[in-house]
Design a binder for this molecule. Structure first.
Ligand SMILES: Cc1ncc(COP(=O)(O)O)c(C=O)c1O
Length: 458
């Protein structure tokens, strides 16, 4: 570190931005050209181990040659230079690119690309509403999509029933699914996201709060009872309201505090949804693309029946969602926007997938995650009482401190030690490095954290 961070050049750049945008969230200004791999350099010449990776969205670090090649390859220029209205005018060869990238290992049969994680969740929900409305029309003896009354057509234009449906999605306390209108009604991580903004009064179920270590018999007994309670309350909410047509859940509640649940919990949820005809969406926006130690975190649950939809963004570079065939909209323009994604971002995903495959990055995340957690356990023993609840899957690893203040102080001190890492929940530090983060990088972090904890008063 050459200066404190934020240093003078960041502060000057921030003052410039202040003239025309809100800058409260600005951490430091990045010298992108001179950042490399897992290390980010700021405009003051400080080089930091990047363990947040642009909110978990930078998959293969800075200036990876495979990614740069996407932009220097003459064959890609036309795609990168023309952002198309993709669902109207896709470029030649697009189907092949999607088949070989997004559809490789998708698990589900259909994909719809979007612009960001919130767009993905928002539109996946719409596809559920459309499919459920058509199913209910058929169940009433109608013909599904074609069997719409004049009253439905006119009432939907003024946001009223029967055209506008009263359908609801169930989400979980502590969840984060984005900030667009419907997504914000599913998000319950922090009041600052929601204050003053209208929201739907949809049901919210408890998400398990597990105790650690998981293999301690007393913790295991508590956790089993806690998960059973959460499933039971979810079922009660579903049974109380036939308008609840979908459930959305994160494999790891990330913004909400890195809250985990067992495979058994998710299998129960999936089964309870299926038995009620309620659609089950898994939000893999933050957990997808390998960091969990499997390509999709939900692969670790051992589901018999896959989710009805899986949403993605961040490390995937392109956002969107996979669905089963029954969720495909019944007509064009039912789920639509101008860009519907971006073929340029699919090329970036192609580069990411090449690295994931050639360099074994999913396995790397699994191995490095274990190393990281072993190291955090060792630190919690060495600094008794200061660290709690080491947990994680792959490098999606977290640890709690005693309080928000202790956590924030530790994150500031880590920055001074040359490690940029993020927080979530009330008192959690979360690791979200890129996919090339190895035990060697984890060691750098653990040694820095050791020094920080040794200095802290506890
Ligand atoms: C699990 C999850 N879902 C959805 C979103 C929203 O994604 P975006 O910020 O791209 O709209 C996020 C963002 O952090 C997320 O973590």
């Amino acid at each position: 570190m050459r200066t404190t961070c934020p240093g003078p050049n960041t502060l000057a750049a921030r003052a410039e931005l202040d003239a025309f945008q809100e800058t409260g969230a600005l951490r430091f200004v990045v010298d992108v050209e001179n950042s490399r791999g897992c290390y980010v350099r700021d405009v003051d010449g400080n080089v930091m181990l990047d363990m947040f990776s642009h909110i978990a969205s930078l998959p293969i670090g800075y200036n990876h040659p495979t990614m740069l090649e996407v932009f220097t390859n003459p064959r890609n220029v036309a795609t990168l230079a023309h952002r198309p209205a993709l669902f109207n005018l896709p470029p030649a060869g697009y189907a092949k690119t999607v088949r070989e990238t997004l559809m490789s290992g998708a698990g589900l049969t259909h994909v719809t690309t979007q612009m960001c994680g919130s767009c993905a969740n928002e539109n996946a929900m719409k596809q559920v509403y459309i499919a459920v409305a058509n199913r209910r029309r058929r169940e009433r003896g109608g013909y599904g999509a074609g069997d719409v009354s004049e009253e439905e057509l006119s009432s939907c234009m003024v946001n009223r029933a029967p055209g506008s449906k009263p359908y609801k999605f169930l989400s979980f306390h502590g969840a984060f699914h984005g900030r667009t209108a419907a997504c914000l009604s599913l998000t319950h991580s922090k009041p600052t996201h929601k204050l003053d903004i209208p929201a739907f009064e949809w049901p919210i179920a408890p998400f398990p709060r597990l105790r650690y270590p998981l293999d301690d018999p007393a913790c295991a007994a508590h956790n089993a009872a806690e998960e059973a309670r959460c499933v039971k309350e979810t079922c009660e909410l579903l049974d109380a309201d036939p308008d609840v047509v979908g459930v959305i859940v994160e494999p790891v509640q990330s913004e909400g505090g890195d809250n985990h649940a067992s495979g058994a919990f998710f299998r129960s949820l999936r089964a309870e949804c299926a038995s009620r005809g309620v659609k089950f969406i898994v939000d893999e926006v933050q957990t997808g693309c390998g960091a969990s130690g499997t390509f999709w975190a939900h692969e670790q649950w051992g589901l018999d029946d896959p989710p009805d939809a899986v949403t993605f963004s961040k490390k995937m570079q392109i956002a969107g969602y996979y669905t089963k065939a029954d969720l495909v909209p019944d007509a064009p323009y039912r789920v639509f926007n101008t860009w519907m994604g971006d073929p340029g971002k699919v090329l970036m995903l192609e580069a990411v997938l090449k690295c994931v495959k050639n360099d074994g990055l999913v396995e790397n995340a699994r191995v490095t995650g274990e190393y990281l957690r072993e190291g955090l356990h060792a630190l919690s023993r060495a600094h008794a009482g200061k660290l709690h609840n080491v947990r994680g899957v792959g490098t999606i690893t977290a640890v709690d401190l005693d309080s928000s203040a202790a956590r924030d102080d530790a994150v500031d001190a880590l920055r001074e030690e040359g490690v940029d890492i993020a927080t979530c929940g009330d008192r959690t530090i979360r690791c979200r490095p890129g996919l090339y983060f190895t035990p060697k990088h984890a060691r750098v972090f653990l040694d820095a954290f050791d020094r920080v904890l040794a200095r802290s008063s506890g």
